[in-house]
Design a protein around this ligand. Structure first.
Ligand code: TRP
Length: 470
């Protein structure tokens, strides 16, 4: 027996394992919960009209996201290697082709590109720690708060500074490796973030506009939803759960045998969704009570939350703590974005972990300037979906991740043998297994394909559905 194979003949990870099931849950939750939940979900829900968008998003999370998360974890544990190698060897073992490795390569590229813009926004969150702590927002009105945001995003130098800091701290943790780096961090931070969100919720519930926010988020008005909005909801289901690029697959490779993939995935999906909804319920009452625009875009939380902090008792303290925790939530996510690439470079190319993380960090850092410039130097250079940032986010979140997820679910549902998947999911052939397989083989692929057709055709699918409905 060598160090790559366990006594039962199964492969073992080359990067160590999670010490407990809880550590794995926290790591995947840490990767899932981040800017996607607190920064992105509220602003895209606002831009796409609220209720109907939220409903479609929830559908996508449970009918598409959950089965794909299970698929990623089971493929990862089966292969026990980085996503590129794993897709190749499992593909071959299951009677498919080695070329499935391409899905892993696509994921690695997507991960580096996501980090490139993610770290700019995370940088803003870090800079807000300092502006909140120094009392800048105390008693500020909406116009002043907006001005402070515009000053930050409008200065490429300040944005670039914080972007650099964030890339560096991400590389630093990834360089340390799975257990030492990732585990320690998430164990403390995730629970703390939840507590703080509940404090903020209490503030919003007392704002007098809570009912209006609930109405906005949960009463669906389908005329406010465009075909492209449906694609954005689907793309966000992938983005927020860290799916479609092999991140969860890479984490699954470090999962001990015998840990239940099904219950772990359900827990992560519930936690992630709960936090996103919580963020919406915190932000929209503030939006309505100050007469702000719900479709303010990427600046939304940076223009709403400081108002809440500026007017609540203990606001400087809670506000500072909030932006600290938001930065940490971003940090526990960002490490997952380059972990697949780092694992691939160390395992297949023999590059040391620290070196691999630094090279990737370098790429990300340079590409990130495109996003930094999107609010200043290149502000007016718009094409297709808008600025450089708008296009990058659109192409990655709404096109690349759903396509990656589509390949992954086809792989788990159609290429892998029944025996292998039921063995990994260890739920026999009961209802649980049947449901997963049904979702993974039919529902998830069909949903992704239909939504892509719907958005690229400007609404062919919904027109057709409306016609047969008449
Ligand atoms: N899920 C993260 C968030 O909501 C963002 C993300 C997308 C991510 N893809 C990822 C995180 C891959 C880690 C790995 O903020």
């Amino acid at each position: 027996m060598n160090n790559q194979t366990a006594a039962n003949g199964k492969r073992q990870s080359l990067q160590g394992q999670w010490s407990t099931r809880m550590a794995f849950i926290l790591a995947v939750t840490g990767s899932a919960v981040g800017l996607g939940n607190i920064w992105k979900f509220p602003y895209i829900a606002g831009e796409n009209g609220g209720g109907a968008f939220v409903l479609i998003y929830l559908l996508c999370v449970f009918a598409v996201g959950l089965p794909i998360m299970m698929s990623e974890i089971l493929i990862g544990r089966r292969g026990r290697r980085n996503p590129v190698t794993t897709m190749g060897i499992v593909g071959e073992e299951e009677g498919g082709s080695r070329n499935w490795a391409l899905v892993g390569i696509m994921g690695i590229i997507a991960g580096v590109l996501i980090l490139s813009f993610y770290s700019v926004i995370a940088g803003w969150a870090m800079s807000y720690v300092f502006s909140t702590a120094s009392g800048t927002f105390v008693d500020a009105d909406a116009a002043q708060v907006k001005l402070i945001f515009d000053e930050l995003s409008g200065s490429w130098k300040i944005s670039a500074f914080w972007h650099t800091v964030f890339v560096v701290i991400t590389v630093a943790v990834v360089a340390q490796g799975v257990q030492r780096g990732l585990e320690r961090l998430v164990k403390i931070l995730m629970p703390a973030l939840l507590v703080l969100l509940l404090v903020l919720l209490a503030f919003s519930m007392n704002s007098g506009y809570f009912g209006q926010a609930v109405e906005f988020m949960f009463s669906p008005n389908f005329s406010a939803l465009t075909p492209n909005g449906v694609l954005i909801a689907l793309g966000h289901a992938f983005f927020t759960l860290s799916l479609g690029m092999g991140a969860v697959m890479a984490y699954g490779a470090y999962l001990p045998e015998g840990t239940s993939i099904t219950s772990t995935s359900i827990l992560v999906v519930l936690a992630d969704t709960g936090i996103a909804l919580l963020a919406g319920l915190i932000i929209f009452p503030v939006v309505f009570s100050y007469g702000l625009e719900s479709d303010a875009g990427p600046g939304l939380i940076f223009q709403t939350l400081p108002l809440a902090f500026g007017h609540m008792p203990g606001g400087v303290f809670f506000g500072t703590l909030f932006f600290i925790l938001l930065s940490f939530a971003a940090w526990t996510s960002s490490i997952g974005m380059i972990e697949p690439a780092v694992a691939w470079m160390t395992e297949s190319k023999g590059i040391k972990r620290g070196v691999a993380a630094s090279i990737l960090g370098g790429f990300t850092w340079v590409i990130g300037f495109g996003t930094v410039f999107s609010w200043n130097l290149w502000q007016d250079k718009t094409f297709f979906k808008g600025t450089f940032f708008d296009n990058l986010d659109y192409l990655i979140s709404n096109i690349a991740l759903p396509l990656g997820g589509l390949m992954i679910t086809i792989f788990a549902g159609w290429v892998m043998c029944r025996n292998s998947t039921s063995d990994e999911l260890s739920c026999g052939t009961g209802l649980m297994y049947k449901s997963w397989r049904f979702l993974a083989r039919y529902v998830a692929p069909a949903a992704v394909i239909l939504v892509l057709i719907e958005a690229s055709s400007g609404g062919i699918v919904s027109d057709y559905l409306a016609k047969i409905g008449d």
